[in-house]
Design a protein around this ligand. Structure first.
Ligand SMILES: [Zn+2]
Length: 167
């Protein structure tokens, strides 16, 4: 996504060379459009030798398994977003156990971040608008890559395997 008009004052933007690239810029207030990368914050939720995945109920990857997670709002931290989305999508209040990996998809202007997490309290409950079910997968019986929703999640599970040496 790129702006044609200044989001601050509505003036038309014109290309200006900044940091080696022409960028839409506002002559009135100095705003420059560096474009916008959306960030998706996700968790690998671990418990008693298993991971929790949710089965998507919408979109082109309906029926595939995904980490709990979603888009970061502009007024929250990545960690807050990961905890919030996990609670919304699984019913579990979680604590994060560190950043596991990131995965940039320039073609989508999307950065995916994956945290490890464990549940503090709650009970499994998925929102029907987003998922048909949540399931704990034993470390040794995780879904095949083709059954995962997104390349970032294939990458995330590979990173998790490398970090834990199980599954
Ligand atoms: Zn402006």
């Amino acid at each position: 996504m790129s702006f044609a008009f200044c989001p601050r004052d509505g003036a038309p933007l014109a290309p200006r060379l900044i940091d080696g690239r022409p960028r839409p810029a506002c002559a009135r207030c100095g705003f420059a459009d560096f474009r916008h990368v959306q960030i998706s914050a996700n968790t690998i939720l671990e418990r008693d030798g298993a991971l929790l995945l949710i089965r998507l109920s919408y979109g082109p990857r309906e029926g595939h398994w995904a980490f709990p997670g979603g888009m970061v709002e502009n007024d929250e931290t990545l960690e807050d977003a990961a905890r919030r989305e996990t609670l919304e999508e699984t019913g579990f209040t979680v604590a994060l156990d560190g950043l596991l990996t990131t995965w940039m998809r320039p073609e989508l202007e999307l950065l995916v971040v994956v945290y490890r997490a464990h549940a503090l309290h709650g009970a499994l409950r998925v929102p029907p608008a987003e998922a048909t079910e949540g399931r704990w997968f034993p470390f040794g019986a995780l879904p095949a890559s083709d059954d995962l929703a997104w390349p970032s999640h294939v990458h995330g599970l590979a990173a998790w395997r490398a970090a834990t040496r199980v599954g």
